[in-house]
Design a protein around this ligand. Sequence first.
Ligand SMILES: [Mg+2]
Length: 264
Amino acid sequence: MSATRALIFDCDGVLADTERDGHLVAFNQAFAQLGLPFRWSAEEYAGLLKIGGGKERLAAYLAAHPEFDLGAEGQVLDVIAAVHKLKSQLYVDLVEGGALPARPGVRRLITEALDAGWQVAVASTSASRSVQAVLSSVIGANNTKRVSGVFAGDIVSAKKPAPDIYLLALRELGRSTDEAVVVEDSEAGAAAAARAGLRHIVTLSHFTTNDPFPHASAVVSDLGDYDAPARLVSGQDIRNSQGVVDLSGIEALLPQPNEALAAR
Ligand SMILES: [Mg+2]
């Protein structure tokens, strides 16, 4: 039965608190290195995070700030492309330098799922190289080799909250919506999972504590570790008796095919 199960993780905010500790830092480094006249505060970045995708985020910021006159539309697009390229490199440097700690319980739960024969995948609309770097930094090179798929970047045209990346992941993994659970941390990500028809849990991250999650099966502070249990915020209590989210808590969210077979 376990071979027909998939656990699909968002990257940013779920595997690590990458927005606060990584992307924001890298954006501001890129602005400085390219001589651009603005920097983003954590408060400004919190608002921009409602927009999925780094290029889209920067485009929206520039559209809202005409005082930073970067020239005609084509030149603006060149600036956005240059920032995105440099920022992506700076971010990977930062991640590969070990500056991003894993969020609580992520490595534990992924190892448990892989050992139980579940498919583990990552679905993110961030740049593919960044996602790969975060994943291997968080779960290690050996576990990364056992992951069934890293679906990231521009492989779908519509970013979260569109369901496309999750629909692609399901198709590639060969799973139905009744066989997979998603872990998300943001409103846009949870909406993408919901629109794909997927059950999802939410681990709140630094910038998403006030987001609404109307369709989440459960919202928790994090996945929890045995020395630092998770807090249930809302929904079904998927924690075990020691206060951590384990595979049986995830499995309990899915319909049980064996029950239907046993009834025949
Ligand atoms: Mg996220």
